[in-house]
Design a protein around this ligand. Structure first.
Ligand code: GLN
Length: 484
């Protein structure tokens, strides 16, 4: 079935004219019609527009045009601006807002020929780990619809795992690409901070946010990363590092490379089946000729606390713009202050309010130095731990999550338990480095995907992808599909 293909498989078939972009797009739309009632990965999608883009791609192919993503249907998390499409961030507060411009990544994907369609469900404003904080309902895990798909990019992960698109985009502030990718059994890449322009990504925590791909294999992640990377004058934090040919780095040969195993990551709450899968992956790496080196990241214990100060502080500032005046929904009041309060009171969900209140508190005079400034200092220590480790190793390996997907509702009343599900992914954002999650096995009963996280040096995506790809190609996990 065409909707099950990877980007590299589909573009090869399109180039040989064995299939058309319209057929591939229709296959995705048919799958959405068949399974999305159960999964709810999409908040909305416009089939007419998707097919019109497909027809334009078919014309370009017939005219002999060659572009890396020509005719490939790619769906997008509801946090990225796509011109003339709705933008809600899974919140009520944006009302009927329609994007007036394309995010830089969308511009780049369109220029590469992609069919950009659909609004994928997420936790409101990307705050959460389960997609239960959406104002549009919860997304279900395709492997077990009584369970969460992870979050905040749960719709992006579920849509790829359920073959409702060929690939998708998400954003990762503390794990929101890698964690749902792990729980849904797909590949999720968080690039180095500054690798990809954030222009047109609705900001949650600006010093942590990065856009990245969800794909069915590592090669596709390399292809999408290449298409989206590069400096952008509209995002001053994007970095003018050259963009290598990431797919060319996937040689399969990792002999002599050094893989670091942090001793701090084998924590108490780690599920035994997850631990066994990661241990087996490490063994596989040594069989493939890599050298396993024990390393230490001594400030790991402080990562979750540090993140929840910095991320909430930045969120409280970023979300000030949703005031009922400029965007979306408005609840009128007798004066502007009442209008703001009523609009924000009605528009934001409970988790977003909790973050705004926490963030405002840690920035308030008298507490700023004790919390925010302190957290910034600890953040530097965490980054230094990684930079020191990377003097000795090429990548670091960890579980992506402490457990496989949990039940819907299991942690929704306990924010701290929910925050702890990101314990392995958060440090990467604080340090500004890159990370990927690849499938590394399944739990037995029920059968749920397990993810292996690899963390790489700043702008070290080429080696990260090469090492992830070598493992993927030596194991069967990425080929398994959820029964739907
Ligand atoms: N789950 C984390 C949070 O709730 C990370 C979210 C993200 O990466 N956007 O903040």
């Amino acid at each position: 079935m065409l909707n099950q293909l990877t980007i590299s498989e589909l573009t090869a078939k399109l180039a040989r004219r064995e299939v058309s972009a319209r057929e591939a797009t229709q296959a995705c739309l048919d799958q959405i019609a068949r399974v999305d009632g159960k999964i709810h990965a999409f908040i909305s999608h416009n089939a007419v527009d998707a097919l019109a883009q497909a027809d334009a791609a078919d014309k370009a192919i017939a005219a002999g045009e060659k572009k890396p993503l020509l005719g490939v249907p790619i769906a997008v998390k509801d946090v990225l601006c796509v011109k003339n499409q709705p933008l809600n961030c899974a919140s009520k507060i944006l009302g009927n807002f329609i994007s007036t411009y394309d995010a830089t990544v969308i511009e780049k994907l369109k220029a590469a020929g992609a069919i950009v369609f659909g609004r994928l469900n997420m936790d409101e404003f990307a705050m959460g780990s389960s997609t239960e904080n959406s104002a549009f309902g919860t997304t279900k895990n395709p492997w077990d619809t009584t369970r969460i798909p992870g979050g905040s990019s749960g719709g992006s992960a579920a849509a790829v795992a359920a073959d409702e698109c060929i690939a998708s985009l998400g954003s990762d502030t503390g794990g929101s690409i890698r964690q749902p990718a792990a729980l849904c059994g797909c590949v999720g890449l968080k690039p180095t901070y500054g690798r990809i322009s954030r222009y047109g990504l609705v900001a949650f925590a600006s010093s942590l946010d990065q856009i990245g791909p969800f794909t069915k294999d590592v090669r596709d992640a390399a292809i999408l990363l290449g298409a989206m990377s590069g400096v952008d004058s509209r995002d001053s934090t994007s970095v003018p590092e050259p963009v290598p040919d990431y797919a060319a780095a996937l040689t399969g040969d990792i002999r002599g490379l050094k893989i670091g195993l942090p001793k701090e990551y084998m924590i108490g709450g780690l599920d035994p089946e997850v631990k066994a899968a990661v241990d087996a992956a490490v063994k596989k790496y040594s069989e493939l000729g890599a050298e396993i080196v024990e390393i230490s990241l001594p400030h790991t214990d402080y990562a979750v606390a540090t993140y929840y100060i910095i991320a909430t502080a930045e969120a409280s500032a970023n979300l000030a713009r949703f005031d009922g005046i400029r965007y979306g929904a408005r609840v009128d009041g007798a004066d502007p202050i009442e209008l703001y309060a009523k609009t924000r009171g009605a528009g934001f969900g409970p988790e977003v309010k909790r973050r705004i209140i926490l963030g405002t508190y840690v920035l308030s005079s008298g507490y700023h130095d004790a919390y925010y400034l302190h957290a910034q200092k600890v953040r530097t220590l965490i980054r230094n731990d990684f930079l020191k480790a990377f003097e000795k190793v090429d990548v670091i390996v960890t579980p992506t999550t402490p457990t496989a997907a949990f039940k819907i509702g299991e942690k929704s009343d306990d924010p701290l338990q929910m925050y702890l599900s990101d314990i392995f992914t958060i440090s990467c954002n604080l340090a500004g480095i890159c990370g990927i999650s690849v499938p590394c096995g399944f739990t037995k009963n029920p059968k749920l995907p397990i993810g292996l996280q690899l963390l790489g040096k700043p702008f070290g995506e080429a080696s990260l992808l090469k090492i992830a790809h070598a493992y993927e190609q030596a194991t069967p996990w990425h080929k398994e599909k959820a029964a739907l």
